[in-house]
Design a protein around this ligand. Structure first.
Ligand code: DC
Length: 234
């Protein structure tokens, strides 16, 4: 394994544990770059949907992913705006069709291999916070700080229900809980890069914690490992 270009904090875990928000806040606090690896799988899914490609054809999906022109732009405090081939896809990236297709193509070893170097390319001074499912196990196995952020399925379903309600979308708890349990099983049982904590990861259960408390814990763990706020290089 080659040496990391900069310190990396990996944050892995199931969907709904709060990884995205925590990764963004920690990156902002430390002045680090951010990698939302799920967005790369969602972008690949969008490319498949737009080209009408066969999601089971690993070579074809990997080729589409290799040809994607991607641009991420952080909007402090508001998230990240994302472009695919010159089009702003920030909204399309988050819809259910894209999420379902992303979970299908994420099982393809050819796609995962294709995205490996893309993901590693995000590591740059002064540091990177990488959010996903296999950041600590596969993509950045030498990262000095690895977090596995989890929460009970019940709590994640309740959080999702709240988010959907805020957006005016109708949903009910039992079916969300069922969806989440199925997705967990698919993510943790798949052969390629299954969702599991790295042997040297610290597990944080966010069921009874708010975002600030989780960020605080992550920053304390980072500090113990000698990671402090960096100055960006511009
Ligand atoms: O975190 P998310 O919902 O944006 O992820 C979208 C899909 O991609 C989800 O099915 C899990 C998968 N994924 C993955 O397999 N590996 C990653 N490092 C990140 C996401």
């Amino acid at each position: 394994m080659t040496e990391l270009a900069a310190p990396v904090i990996t944050i892995d875990g199931p969907s709904g544990a709060g990884k995205g928000t925590v990764a963004q806040r920690v990156a902002e606090t430390l002045g680090f770059a951010l990698l939302d690896s799920g967005a790369l799988y969602r972008l690949s899914a969008l490319a498949v949907l737009r080209h009408g490609a066969d999601p089971a054809d690993g070579e074809a999906v990997a080729a589409l992913a290799a040809a994607m022109q991607i641009r991420f732009e952080a909007e402090p405090g508001q998230g990240v705006r994302t472009w695919l081939d010159g089009e702003d896809v920030s909204q399309a990236l988050r819809n259910e069709e894209t999420a379902a297709m992303a979970s299908k193509v994420a099982v393809l070893p050819q796609l995962r291999r294709q995205l490996l170097d893309v993901q590693r390319g995000f590591a740059r001074a002064p540091g990177l916070v990488a959010d996903g499912r296999d950041m600590g196990t596969v993509v950045f196995p030498d990262a000095p700080v690895k977090i596995f952020l989890t929460a009970s399925a019940q709590v994640r379903a309740e959080r999702r229900l709240k988010q959907l309600k805020e957006k005016g979308i109708d949903a009910n708890l039992p079916s969300l809980l069922e969806d989440i349990s199925q997705r967990d099983a698919r993510d943790s049982e798949r052969k390629t890069a299954p969702l599991k904590p790295a042997a040297d990861a610290v597990t944080i259960d966010s069921s009874a914690l708010n975002i600030d408390q989780v960020c605080q814990q992550v920053l304390e763990i980072a500090e113990k490992n000698g990671i402090r706020r960096g100055e960006s290089e511009s």
